[in-house]
Design a protein around this ligand. Sequence first.
Ligand code: CA
Ligand code: CA
Length: 326
Amino acid sequence: MKENHSIVNSNNEDADIDELRKILGGKKCAGRNDGMKRIDAGRTITYMSEDNDPVIYVENGDTITVEMQDCFAGKIRKKNELLKALPWNSINPATGPVYVKGAEPGDILKISILDIQIGDRAVILCEATDFNRYHFQISEKSMFVDIINDEAVISDKIKIKVRPMIGVIGTAPETGSVLTTLPGIHGGNMDNTHITTGSTLYLPVFHEGALLSLGDMHALMGDGEPTGSGLEISGRAIIKVDVVKNEFMPLPLLETESFVETIASAKSLDEASVLAVENMLTYLNKNMGIDKGETWKLVAACGNVGICQFANAMKTARCCIPKTCL
Ligand code: CA
Ligand code: CA
């Protein structure tokens, strides 16, 4: 018998969701009233699994709005709120899953991120009390950063333009259930700052409908998620989903106007980096038709390896090639 790990909150009257709506209510949202399919931020899972029931069925090629809670499920509201009050077993709620009609095992799901809008206040996990042992000496205090006029207010003097991104985005994994706190071949908690407006992400389809879920938005995050959390925030994304058939690509793979990159996750950053490079070599050779020798030279010349995150139990790295090199 299959075990169902999904935690689906479908109570639309939930106070957290009302608050999110209030926050987002005044925000510009392309297509808000144009009949675009929309998924409520209350429809969440904390495991990605083929056993999760879809919360919406969409057509291949549809554009949809996905509302998302922050990674703390909206539970941290007040300064100094104790972290032990957090629902740690339901951290990183991801909205979904979305069933994309026509997606079959072996296909690729192409996700175009058209727009991201965020709330007015971000939460940061804990406040360090000892900078030399920051991962071990954290206090119980949560911190907040207000977002005013698309700027994160770090202090009176330091204001940084937001660059909203999606930390968790994935399809149902090939086997079993994977927590939304973990990354993998299916995507998941990759925390890649390049998963942002204008980029296109390709993920594997292991099960009918693909079962895409997303959450864990950040108003801003340093590469690596260096202090354990980004500027965690609720919001919504407008995405277009397309099913790609009869094509091979090393996945997950991301493309923007200016670069293409492979993303890989493993127990260590070393392993994740090697995997990302191997995937890039494969991509250039098989998908771009560049011969093996030239591929090796190309990656030696301009394959930029970077850290997506080292904050999770599995680490994520990327290998990025500027399109000007291709
Ligand atoms: Ca994350
Ligand atoms: Ca996060």
